[in-house]
Design a protein around this ligand. Structure first.
Ligand code: AP5
Ligand code: MG
Length: 205
């Protein structure tokens, strides 16, 4: 079975939504550099704090994210990578520490990405992710405490898309050239996208 998966896609494509569910259903470790960095945003490192980069929509230096990923992979039997690698030098590092069984690219158009990003809301108590248009909780108490991510403003979201084009599209191209890329149309409801990924990778076989 494929148990070392990589889910690639632009900001807002649904990597977090789908990776969490895949991790639960197939008993994989969800390795997400974005969440790991957000949980340590004000940590002082030799590169400064992650916040300085994240709030501007820029990539955090490779040394820091490579370290996070290597430690997590070392401890995992099977994993799904979400948000890493994001540039070719991270691809090289990843190649030096593990092999992948499948690389999935979630394809979503730019208008939809911006809609998903600017409407995203997060429950600070549970970490659950919602959306103002597509998925709001029924419980008023939860609605009242929802927060917007600092980097989900229109301005920073646009910068993140730009950073994606420059740094991460070459990563997608790399896996296309090696023949490993499995492209999945990410424009359906979350259940529909989940089924497409499971089918495309053959996770249920
Ligand atoms: P990170 O947290 O990884 O952000 P991202 O890649 O920009 O992706 P997002 O988390 O915004 O989107 P997603 O694809 O997970 O979508 P989601 O499922 O939440 O990184 C943040 C920052 O950390 C970076 O900018 C950088 O500074 C730093 N960083 C992280 N990794 C790094 C690395 N490797 N190197 C250097 N720096 C790094 O969905 C989005 C919204 O849409 C939600 O509201 C959701 O409910 C909704 N939604 C999801 N699926 C659907 C659907 N099918 N239909 C309708 N709505 C949907
Ligand atoms: Mg995410």
């Amino acid at each position: 079975m494929s148990n070392r998966l990589l889910l690639l896609g632009p900001p807002g494509a649904g990597k977090g939504t789908q990776s969490s569910r895949l991790a639960d259903e197939f008993d994989l470790e969800h390795i997400t550099t974005g969440d790991a960095l957000r949980a340590n945003k004000d940590m002082e490192t030799e590169y400064g704090t992650p916040r300085e980069y994240m709030d501007a929509g820029e990539l955090v230096p490779d040394g820091l994210v490579n370290e996070i990923v290597e430690a997590a992979i070392d401890e995992a039997d099977g994993f799904i990578l979400d948000g890493y690698p994001r540039n070719l030098s991270q691809v090289e590092y990843l190649d030096s520490i593990t092999e992948l069984d499948a690389v999935v690219f979630l394809d979503v158009g730019e208008d939809e990405l911006l809609r998903r990003l600017t409407g995203r809301r997060v429950d600070p108590e549970t970490g659950d992710v919602y959306h103002t248009e597509f998925n709001m909780p029924d419980d008023d108490e939860i609605v009242e405490r929802l927060e917007q991510r600092d980097d989900d403003t229109e301005e920073v979201a646009a910068e993140r898309l730009e950073v994606y084009r420059e740094n991460t599209e070459p990563v997608v191209e790399h896996y296309r050239e090696t023949g490993d890329l499995i492209e999945v149309d990410g424009e359906a409801d979350p259940d529909g996208v989940f089924d497409r990924i499971v089918d495309a990778v053959g996770l249920d076989d």
